[in-house]
Design a protein around this ligand. Sequence first.
Ligand SMILES: Nc1ncnc2c1ncn2[C@@H]1O[C@H](COP(=O)(O)OP(=O)(O)OP(=O)(O)O)[C@@H](O)[C@H]1O
Length: 593
Amino acid sequence: MSTRFTRTLRTPAGITVMIGGVVVLLATVFGPVLFGEAATARDIAGRQQGVSLEHPFGTDELGRDLLARVIVATRVSVLLTLGATGISVIGGVLVGIIAAVLPPVARRLVNALIDILLSFPWLLLALFFSVIWGTTATGAMLAVGFAGIPVFGRLVSTLASSVAGSDFVHAARILGSSPLRTSVRHVVPNILPPLLVNTASHASVTLLSFAALSFLGLGVQAPEYDWGRLLNEGARRIYVDPMAAMGPGIAIVLTGVVFSLLGALFSEKRSNRTLRALPRRSRAETRAIPTVPEAAPVVEAVDLRVSFRSEDGGLVERVHGVTLSVAPGEIVGIVGESGSGKSVTAMAAAGLLGPDSLVESDSLVFRGIDMTREPTSVEKRRLALEQAMIFQDPLSSLNPSLTVGRQLREVSEIHGRMSRSAAAARAIEALTLVRIPDAARRLRQLPHEFSGGMRQRAMIAMGLMGTPRLIIADEPTTALDVTVQRQVLRALRDAQRSTGAAILLISHDIALVSGFCDRVVVMRGGRIVEELAADRLDDARHPYTRGLIACVPDMGTDRDKPLPVIDAEPPSGREPGTSASTDPTAEHTEVVA
Ligand SMILES: Nc1ncnc2c1ncn2[C@@H]1O[C@H](COP(=O)(O)OP(=O)(O)OP(=O)(O)O)[C@@H](O)[C@H]1O
């Protein structure tokens, strides 16, 4: 048990939950055994007695002890509550996850249906369902459970949509993870904390709903009884013997409070949660991965065009006919201002763009794999092992609910078909290579226990877990300070040297790119405006490239003068097949003082 969790248990809320939880549990398990007889023994002479030492809650109209009946009713009340809450949560998670992974139109339809159901008061829905399933205890459980599904459906769909946009989910997809696996392993663990908190609070509301249904005569029927029925019977004598109604009322309120406080404790416990790995595939399933001659380009795109669907349903072309080739082991930098198409070009070249994009080209090949068609399963596995991606934000690149070691091992275990221990040994090697000290201990930590630079180096290490031939680093140092930037770039270079992988480094910083890369590709408005060797930047001919270079201050820069400013970006979006209104390759770009 973690110290944080132990500390939480020592708070007033934790102590209340522990004591309350134990009392409710004991009453649920042993109540009917220990107090069953007292709860059913009739004493006509002692009927409707008030509070006394012998009967602390009094007796009912047949002389049965009310305290014993409240204790015995715990089992039915708690089991019905847990059953209905379970139905609401399981149903809601299924509906929410399905809604989150559906295509946009179907997703909107499911969300609209959830919204319509949510607009009905919850108890009204429960009453409606209880009419369908009948006025029995099981009917009430189904009614209350189904009425809660829209509540959890909306919660899960909203939470899942936000997690689904995270870099680590994109990374999982890049690694070839199926939608089901991505949901179970990456989405569900990250929506668990709010889900658990809401489950516990919802359990207390469910408890009250059962009390309400039974109170109205629509829930548990005689001879069975729960707290709601006891409340109903006691309410008739509330002015004479208040304890007859207050007894079951106290039980409902205290149990509800325990459920609510439990939610807060669950959220503390969340960071220790890990999921079971999916079964490893047998060795027999392993197929030889075809190799390609090392001299061939790692990736080669000819006349690459990328369009995205716009709001009005049309297509807008963002990358207009880029031709790019990266040789094995080569470090190529793509520079350009924001929105110039650097990331889209790199992602398209590696076949990593999502279904909202249309990628066209005369030819697009990654190490012999034709990326213009759907890759086969063997090719998908090769892509997962041979491509590595390092995103800009190191915090959102790693799954916050899984240890760093587990995330590193995943690549080798699932795609490399390695045993767990071999993958763990490799993970230690990879972390050591990117200069993270005490790697074995670090692998057991969660991403939030790493600094920003270490997280980025862990991402590089993750790329090393396969057999990377191309590492795409998209602004890997933008969110880091200068000293940490150096460490990350050094780790990237170490990774490149040890694996011989090519690197596509995307950046808006031409100084950083020229110092790190062999070749620099300058992009503007979705086109390549110039390509040159990194050590020959002085030979740049295009005014935009010269403008970018002029913007970088050096030791000789006159600090009294403002830095040069480049003209506003030319419009880069146009309908596919039409000509751009401004051609960024034309040499008309001015550098103004
Ligand atoms: N999924 C998408 N849907 C619609 N448009 C997109 C999508 N992804 C990128 N774009 C558009 O494509 C253009 C190029 O984007 P890209 O991310 O490649 O720019 P960038 O040069 O990498 O800029 P930055 O440095 O800001 O990331 C931008 O206008 C962007 O709005």
